[in-house]
Design a protein around this ligand. Structure first.
Ligand code: PLP
Length: 407
């Protein structure tokens, strides 16, 4: 607080409750901020305490790549500090980077996306918030498959929107479909999908994506496709929803395939009619995305081969983890076609995944994440295991789990 403010007692006084009212009346928490914390972070914090007490902990909890960006990208960045103009950039992101992203759509998907529809954002997280604000009025209901990335329904609530959950399980490969949306289509204004998904790593079949995209467009339901795990797939390429719909929003990120999670950079592809609104929101909320991160992102496009090699290493980790979990007795696993997660049904061992994870941490020295974060109603039966780390750690973890669960 600056001294000018302190010299104006009237202003300070105005922040105290008026006579006759309690402080709670005037200064209560806004209802829309009443959202759940990330259990993932809490599991992580507990693991750090256990490690600080001297126990060796293997992490299968990480939601980020275990490897850093390719060395030439990091070397280039160290020179930038002294040479590049690192002020604010255009709120939509640097033109060079937006053009490179458009080229990427051409190279990877054979799609021609006008640069005017591409917006660089502070992680895909910011792209999602902007999308909610640009596309929906307060009170709108938005469908989303569950289990899902927990920030999405939480952000919806914080934007005064109502998440409408479409519950999926192994029978639907943890992916929603038009068949699930159709019976409630009159009540929703939008739908959020993610393929590959977090926490199950499953992918929507291309035919289902096409049906969902075309039906949503025909019914005036705004589709939001989270494509953050594109590039991180095993055996089949992911298709962008942009192939089937120009009215859908796409979220993507430099945090996963591109190995730049802490640089806080992502992008959105926005329907042409909403580009002006999206830009105004970005200008007002963020001014611009971080400049140095945009240079990093531009450079990382020169090293796509190295990124693909990292995906090959996840594939090897995935095989070891699937086999190890099955041998330990956890046989009900999601297919993990992409991303770096397996969502395991632990109900043969426990109906309380928080307790299961706590015991797994303390007794076996393995940290993974309870399903409650991803699914408030059925997550107690599930645990998310991540295989984005080192192969040696995954081997150690499965050995420990085998011993622990077979006791
Ligand atoms: C499915 C999914 N979407 C979005 C995000 C947000 O990522 P970021 O803001 O780093 O782009 C994450 C992060 O883990 C995620 O798993």
């Amino acid at each position: 607080m600056n001294s000018w403010f302190l010299q104006r007692p009237g202003l300070i006084y105005e922040t105290f409750p008026a006579k006759g009212k309690t402080e709670e009346d005037d200064m209560k928490q806004a209802g829309r901020s009443d959202i759940r914390p990330f259990e993932v972070m809490e599991a992580f914090r507990e693991a750090e305490l256990v490690a600080a007490a001297g126990q060796d902990v293997v992490h299968l909890s990480l939601g980020q790549p275990g490897q850093t960006a390719p060395r030439p990208v990091l070397d280039y960045l160290s020179t930038l500090i002294n040479t590049a103009p690192l002020g604010y950039t255009d709120a939509r992101g640097m033109m060079q980077l937006r053009e490179r992203i458009a080229q990427f759509y051409h190279e990877r998907y054979g799609l021609e996306i006008p640069v005017s529809r591409i917006f660089v954002t502070v992680g895909s997280s910011a792209a999602f918030v902007m999308t909610m604000l640009a596309a929906f009025d307060e009170g709108a209901s938005i469908a989303i498959g569950r289990p899902c990335y927990p920030a999405y329904p939480n952000i919806m609530k914080a934007c005064s929107l109502n998440p409408m959950f479409l519950d999926t399980d192994a029978a639907q490969n943890f992916q929603p479909s038009w068949e699930m949306l159709a019976p409630v289509k009159g009540g929703v204004k939008g739908m959020v999908i993610a393929s590959p998904s977090n926490p199950a790593g499953t992918m929507m079949p291309e035919g289902d994506l096409e049906t969902l995209a075309t039906q949503c467009e025909a019914e005036g339901i705004r589709l939001i496709s989270d494509e953050i795990y594109h590039g991180v797939t095993y055996g089949k390429e992911a298709t962008s929803v942009l192939k089937y719909s120009d009215s859908a929003f796409v979220m993507n990120s430099f945090s996963k395939y591109f190995l730049l999670p802490g640089w806080r950079l992502g992008w959105a592809v926005v329907p042409q009619s909403l580009t002006r609104a999206f830009e105004s929101l970005l200008q007002n909320f963020f001014i611009s995305p971080p400049a140095i991160s945009q240079y990093a992102a531009l450079k990382v496009f020169d090293h796509l081969d190295a990124l693909d090699k990292v995906v090959e290493s996840y594939d090897a980790n995935r095989d070891v983890l699937i086999k190890g979990l099955q041998e330990a007795g956890l046989t009900k696993l999601s297919t993990a076609d992409g991303a770096f997660y397996i969502y395991a049904d632990i109900s043969d061992f426990s109906r309380d995944s928080k307790d299961f994870c706590r015991r797994m941490l303390h007794e076996a020295g393995v940290c993974a994440v309870p399903g409650n974060d991803f699914d408030e109603s059925r997550g107690h039966d599930y645990v998310r295991f991540s295989f984005s780390g080192e192969l040696a750690d995954i081997e150690r973890a499965v050995e420990r789990l085998h011993h622990w669960l077979k006791q």
